[in-house]
Every structure is written in C-alpha cells, then in structure tokens.
Design a binder for this molecule. Structure first.
Ligand SMILES: [Zn+2]
Ligand SMILES: [Zn+2]
Length: 292
C-alpha cells in the first residue's frame, strides 16, 4: 500500500528544501505519485511565500527533470497552487496555461484589499486577519467569511482548477470558535451553495491535513460535516498534506483516510498514469494497480 500527495511546496516558493529532496523523500516513503505545487507567482509586491515570476520556467524544467530521473520509482507531476484574484490572476490565466502544467490547485488566500492597497491575506497572522476584518468589513465576520466563499465560487465558475485547495482554510482564524460557529445558518449556507456548485464542476476537493499537523485546526480542511456533504453529493476528494517540509509529505494521512472511511467514502481520486482516477483506500494507503 502506498500514498500519493499533490500539494507540496519547495524552495521555489516557501518550502524548506530543494525540489529533489522532496522527490527523494517521496521515493523513500514508497509513494506512488508525487506532485509539486509551488505557489504561483503573483503580481503583488512583498508576497514572500510566492514564487518569483522569473523562476517559473526553471521550476517547470526542474520538476520535469525529476519526473524523468525517477520515472522507474514514482510518478512525479508538475502543478502549481494558483491564487484566484478576480481580474488579476487565476488557474486559467494565460501564464498558467502556458506553463504546461499537469494540474492546478486553486486556492483563495487573498480576499479584497486593505486601505493601503495591499491584498488581504486571510491565512496570515491573527493581527493581519483583524486588520482586514476591521478595514474592509467593518468588523463583520459574516461579511468577511461570506466574501471568502463568494470568491471560491467565482473561481469555480470562471477559472475552475483541477483541485480546490483547503476549501475552508479561513477557519484557521476561528480556533475555539473565536468568531463564529460552523453550525450558524449563514456559514452552513455559504458552504452548501459552494458545494452545490462544485457538484456541477469537474473539480476535486482536497482533504488537506496541514491544519492538523501544524496544530492550526483541530480538523482537516474541510471539516467533517463538510466531508459528509461532499459524500452526499458524490463529489470526488483527494488526500493532500500541503507539505512545506519533507517530513510533512504524508503527515496525518492515516487520520484523514480513517475520517473519510467513517464518512462513507470508498474512493479517493489520484493523478495516476496522467489522469485523475478513483482508487480504493484505507488507513494504510491506496489500492493501486500492481505493476510488474
Ligand atoms: Zn494554500
Ligand atoms: Zn499550499
């Protein structure tokens, strides 16, 4: 049994090590497939976690070299985690389409802009979160969070990625229900209309374990109740770690697999032999085809 992971960061963005270190670790872990998904370049200044635009070509070249070098051991894929900022960039931007990627993860990290023009990062520090909440939304958390989900839906409608990244990441600011409860009607509704839209798209929703192993959330992204709603709608899911360090490549995958099983899921989707396909799984890994 082995795993796959398609959400990972390396030195080209805010990951700890060079790409080859992750590839070697993925081989050591016996992974069947591994995807690189550095943060795509953004046109904004001072975004230290995103790739420099000038490095995009070398990123794709380097990942493709690794793909080739390790082809007898693991399937390596080249992707990007792309921000969606209306009118500015998204998973279908020309520079993304021209990069010849194997897949895209579409994520919302930016919600509108602060008074000084800086884009508001919703998954930065609590201080930055408070700043945007006050300046842009007058302290109204319902408006802020609803805007986050509205942007998620706009991305799905206009520039649908292959994988939707950490769909409820905004909850990392809500530890201990600091701002709201996920059972509040407005929050529930925002999620449900988003899921109903995903159902009619071709997107896969990732089950992202980063909040768990970084102790920023006490559940996966998304929460268990959201997984139940995904299951009811037959929406495909994949398990990803959002690794920023080689030691995180399959962190909390056992937990995520058990959770998905308990909700009812029989399959997870994985990019394998060039296509996203369903595979049976359990907490020990995926039931992949046996190769000679
Ligand atoms: Zn992200
Ligand atoms: Zn990421």
């Amino acid at each position: 049994m082995s795993w796959t992971n398609y959400h990972s960061h390396c030195k080209f963005c805010d990951g700890s090590d060079q790409a080859y270190v992750y590839a070697e670790e993925a081989v050591d872990l016996g992974l069947a497939a591994y995807g690189f998904s550095s943060h795509a370049p953004t046109p904004f200044n001072n975004i230290p976690w995103a790739m420099e635009a000038d490095n995009l070509r070398s990123y794709v070249r380097e990942v493709n070299q690794l793909k080739d070098a390790w082809k007898n051991h693991i399937q390596i894929y080249c992707g990007l985690e792309v921000d969606y900022v209306p009118g500015v960039m998204g998973p279908k931007s020309l520079f993304i389409r021209n990069a010849n990627l194997d897949y895209t993860i579409g994520s919302i990290h930016f919600v509108d802009a602060l008074e000084d023009g800086r884009p508001w990062e919703i998954d930065s520090t609590g201080k930055v979160f408070e700043e945007g909440l006050e300046e842009i939304f007058g302290g109204n958390v319902e408006l802020a969070v609803s805007r986050y989900y509205e942007l998620t839906r706009q991305m799905i409608l206009e520039e649908c990625p292959d994988v939707i990244g950490h769909i409820d990441k905004i909850k990392m600011q809500n530890a201990g229900n600091k701002y709201f409860s996920e059972s509040e009607e407005w929050y529930h509704n925002e999620m449900i209309i988003t899921l109903d839209l995903i159902k009619h798209s071709r997107a896969i929703v990732e089950v992202n374990t980063r909040g768990l192993y970084k102790k920023k959330a006490n559940e996966t992204y998304p929460s268990q109740w959201v997984l139940k709603e995904l299951y009811k709608r037959n929406i495909p899911v994949t398990i990803n770690s959002d690794a920023h360090h080689p030691s995180e490549i399959v962190a909390e995958f056992e937990f995520a697999a058990d959770l998905l099983k308990s909700v009812g899921f029989e399959y997870v989707y994985n990019l394998f032999d060039g296509k996203w396909r369903p595979f049976r799984f359990d907490k020990n890994g995926l039931a992949l085809p046996i190769r000679a």
